[in-house]
Design a protein around this ligand. Structure first.
Ligand code: ADP
Length: 483
């Protein structure tokens, strides 16, 4: 039996919930119970915010170089332990080990990036109106911050927010998803070992998300909330945040179009599509959800996509060669099944997959076969709602103008991809797509130095690059007079 971390991380120590209650963490590949972890309620959350507030001033006053060193040390300690951390993640999430390692490395890269940015929170001086005055603008830590994160990238979603917050001088309370809490606790372990002062990072697990988040949102000491999750919950938090005028950074749902024009490099487009569709079993907010293929190349493109997806190995994430693990929980499989059933009822064809794997070894896990749907139309569920699973629906189109309009016909605006060799079209379509992130001949848009985020109902704010720091910094104008 592996020794998993199971308790809340508050004020630098591992603590039980006040109530003594716990909840179970399950392995989605076989349904087994991995551990029972502390289940916080409002009292524990208040205790965590108390500690974060106590730690805040000292951390903001710590020289940037020292904050930077601690961040870098944490990333180093994490990297040295990456194989074990990846096994923990695969056990509670299901993703193939190679993807767990990839996610962790990407998360550590964020910590390194923000360790550098910590040293570059520059202020400005502006020419004043008279010789006896100076105008100075400084950047200061915004105060106590909170991260509420989802299960799809159990470490990355936290590290990306935490790196920026700590670099800016903010303390942070993390409320991770209840489905993947152990990877979150591991972050507490390596930051503590790196010398992060007690209380600067608090990790509070809870199965009662709305109850503990109501405590967070009502507390005026919390100045910044960074949330990644559904648009539905993002809207609730935005309403609740109004009471204390919190600054909100919201990374919400997406419904990414992936457009392949008839002049595209098809082989390259296929490589990118398979990666961006199947990574994390399709459970990402930037997954290709609506695959628009120009009519003349659609049959050939579909045939080659089917060839690739049908040969992917489905199974337990810790086994060699597995490319597709289980979905996170039974409800996720049920949603995929509902989307596929709706498409089929509307006349779509199933070119491959369309069901759970029949292998008996996989019977207790939440597995679903990589699936390609053909003849999909804009009135089907897959065209409107995030599937969050390994389903590739193919929509055919005739003209550029038509496909751009159809791609933009969504309340979401997170990521979009298109493939063409026409340089003029690259510029036109990049500028016309109403999305926060556009991949022009690119499906691999993740980069620590880039501004990632959405428009429309996909959210507010940007993570990554120097933009990522903005959420955690206030600008203070100091008017110096009488000189
Ligand atoms: P996902 O679809 O990615 O699971 P959710 O928005 O349901 O997205 O969950 C993302 C995070 O928000 C998780 O940490 C979850 O516990 C939390 N959460 C879920 N419901 C609420 C709520 N009503 N209020 C605050 N946080 C919530």
């Amino acid at each position: 039996m592996t020794d998993y971390l199971t308790r809340l991380f508050i004020d630098g120590s591992w603590q039980d919930a006040d109530s003594g209650e716990t909840f179970a963490v399950l392995n989605p590949a076989d349904g087994s119970e991995l551990a029972r972890v502390a289940d916080a309620d409002a009292r524990d959350m208040t205790r965590a915010i108390d500690g974060a507030e106590r730690a805040q001033i000292g951390w903001a006053a710590t020289p940037a170089l020292e904050r930077s060193r601690i961040l870098r040390r944490a990333a180093e300690i994490g990297r040295a332990d990456i194989d074990r951390l990846a096994r923990v993640m695969t056990a509670e999430h299901g993703k193939p080990i190679a993807q767990s390692i990839g996610e962790l490395n990407y998360g550590f890269d964020f910590i390194d990036w923000f360790a550098e940015e910590a040293r570059r929170t520059y202020g400005t001086t502006v020419p004043s109106t008279g010789p006896d005055k100076r105008i100075v603008a400084i950047r200061q830590a915004a105060g106590v911050s909170v991260a509420i994160t989802p299960w799809n990238f159990p470490s990355l979603q936290i590290l990306r927010k935490l790196g920026a917050a700590l670099a800016a001088g903010c303390s942070m309370v993390v409320k991770p998803a209840a489905l993947t809490p152990i990877s979150a606790l591991e972050i507490g372990r390596f930051f503590a070992e790196a010398g992060l002062p007690d209380g600067v990072l608090q990790i509070v697990l809870s199965s009662r998300a709305s109850r503990v988040s109501a405590t967070i949102m009502a507390d005026s000491r919390v100045r910044v909330l960074s949330f990644t999750g559904s648009t539905e919950v993002g809207k609730i938090l935005m309403r609740e945040g109004a009471a204390t005028m919190k600054r909100l950074a919201l990374e919400l749902g997406g419904h990414a179009p992936f457009i392949v024009f008839d002049d595209a490099d098809v082989e390259h487009a296929l490589d990118q599509l398979v990666a961006v569709k199947m990574r994390n079993m399709g459970q990402t907010c930037v997954s290709a959800n609506r695959i628009f293929v120009q009519r003349s190349i659609a049959p050939e493109f579909t045939r080659r996509l089917v060839e690739r997806l049908s040969s992917m190995k489905v199974g337990f994430g810790h086994e060699d060669g597995v490319e597709v693990g289980p979905l996170i929980e039974a409800a996720a499989v049920a949603k995929v099944e509902a989307h596929v059933a709706d498409a089929v009822a509307g006349g779509a064809g199933v070119a491959t997959g369309g069901k759970r794997p029949e292998h008996s070894a996989l019977a207790n896990g939440h597995f679903y076969e990589p699936t390609v749907l053909t003849g999909v139309t804009d009135d089907m569920l897959v065209a409107r709602d995030e599937t969050f699973g390994p389903v590739a629906p193919i929509f055919e189109f005739d003209t550029e103008e038509e496909v751009v309009a159809r791609a933009n016909n969504s309340p979401y605006g997170l990521a979009a991809y298109f493939f063409t060799r026409d340089v003029n079209r690259v510029v036109r379509v990049s500028e016309s797509l109403q999305y926060g992130t556009v991949g022009a001949n690119d499906g691999s848009i993740s980069a620590v130095q880039a501004p990632f985020g959405g428009v429309k109902e996909s959210g507010i704010g940007r993570e990554g690059g120097h933009w990522g720091m903005e959420e955690y910094l206030d600008t203070k104008y100091i008017s110096l007079a009488g000189l």
